[in-house]
Design a protein around this ligand. Structure first.
Ligand code: SAM
Ligand code: SF4
Length: 354
């Protein structure tokens, strides 16, 4: 039995109160960042010379499992593992297996979906293990199909490795969704190529607007591109119709008649999705952020490492979740500061997770 799977054998009380925030929204979706480290340095995400956190600051696999279990016990049905690059966290397979054991409708289960967001550089090694852990879908970040551009955007990446990883995921039976950050002057001439390439492979494709998160060396504002423009460009060549698919997040979807795949647009800078927000985010150091665009948070690592948390992590977390969700803000305040290009929120996406 692994360090984390032994935690599952503890008797669990039947489902308790769901987590409802002050605006009546139920929290059913948790994103967990398992590391801030990454093998790439995407220009919009990280600075070239990032200083990563000391390992002792990260939640252990056992602590991550306690948090995941506490949320599932309170009605979370979907967990996404992210980072940094989650496939670089040591023990990731064991963590995924342990959380994956809670997928199902049994009395000790309740999780409907466990997913992962990855840059795919190591996906070829992990695809089969992920399927065995209960993962059915992965999101892969890919901003270009040109090797030289990929190397430029990521400051070091090898596109062939990523495509190899995606093909391995497909072969293992995983559904793949590609996430592309729309970057003016960098990949805006590739939107049709990406649509065609994903369509041929049966991959859904979602475009993301750059978000002002954390200081990076690049001028993100220069490359900001509205997704309305991406959509208008695509509509010239592809037949797109509004999709009924909803996730409770900032994505809006369309169906593409030619490819039969789904096309998404994530516009976090607009306010129009906050009213349906069902999610919270845990950083790799155990800080629970209640909104991607606000600083309101709760320190779950302090809870877990307190005498009460060490004695009874489940009870301590339960109380902490009630307190935290009672403070979930109504919506975010992202504003692109076009003159100064300052980040609206100081933390990097690699800390909070995508
Ligand atoms: N390393 C993994 C990956 O790249 O898929 C997971 C973590 S990464 C932080 C998650 C997602 O956040 C990626 O799709 C990435 O493109 C996106 N992202 C990072 N920084 C961003 C920013 N400033 N604005 C918009 N999206 C960003
Ligand atoms: Fe790494 Fe993902 Fe950030 Fe790129 S977007 S630097 S792959 S964490």
């Amino acid at each position: 039995m692994t360090e984390t799977s032994s935690l599952l054998s503890a008797p669990r009380t039947p489902a308790r109160q769901p987590l409802i925030d002050p605006f009546g929204r139920a929290v059913t979706y948790l994103r967990i960042s398992v590391t801030d480290r990454c093998d790439l340095r995407c220009r919009y995400c990280m600075a070239e010379d990032m200083t990563f956190l000391p390992r002792k600051d990260l939640l252990s696999l056992e602590e991550l499992t306690h948090v995941a279990n506490a949320f599932i016990d309170r009605g979370v049905t979907k967990i996404r593992i992210t980072g940094g690059e989650p496939l670089h966290r040591r023990g990731i397979v064991s963590l995924m297996q342990t959380i994956g054991e809670r997928i199902g409708s049994g009395p000790d289960q309740g999780l409907e979906e466990l997913t992962l967001t990855t840059n795919a550089t190591r996906l070829h090694k992990f695809a089969n293990d992920l399927v065995a852990a209960g993962v059915r879908r992965v999101n892969v970040s890919l901003d270009t199909l040109r090797a030289d551009r990929f190397h430029h955007i990521t400051r070091r990446g090898d596109l062939d490795k990523v495509i190899h990883g995606m093909d391995a995921a497909k072969a293992a039976g995983l559904r793949v969704k590609v996430n592309t950050v729309a970057l003016r002057g960098i990949n805006d001439d590739e939107v049709d190529d990406l649509m065609a390439w994903c369509g041929e492979r049966g991959f859904d494709l979602t475009f993301i607007e750059t978000m002002p998160l954390g200081a990076v060396d690049d001028d993100r504002v220069d490359h900001y591109m509205s997704l309305q423009e991406v959509r208008d460009r695509l509509a010239r060549h592809w037949t797109l119709t509004e999709s009924t698919h909803q996730t409770g997040g900032p994505a809006r979807y369309m169906d593409c008649a030619q490819t039969g795949t789904r096309l998404g647009f994530i516009t976090p800078l607009s306010h129009n999705f906050c009213e349906g927000c069902n999610r919270v985010r845990l950083t790799c150091t155990g800080t629970l952020y209640l909104c991607l665009g606000q600083d309101d948070s709760a320190d779950l690592r302090a809870v877990l490492r307190s005498p009460e948390g060490l004695a009874d992590p489940k009870a301590a977390l339960d109380a902490a979740l009630d307190e935290a969700i009672g403070r979930k803000p109504e919506g975010h305040d992202f504003i692109i500061d076009r003159e100064h290009a300052n980040p609206a929120v100081e933390r990097h996406m690699s800390t909070t997770g995508g």
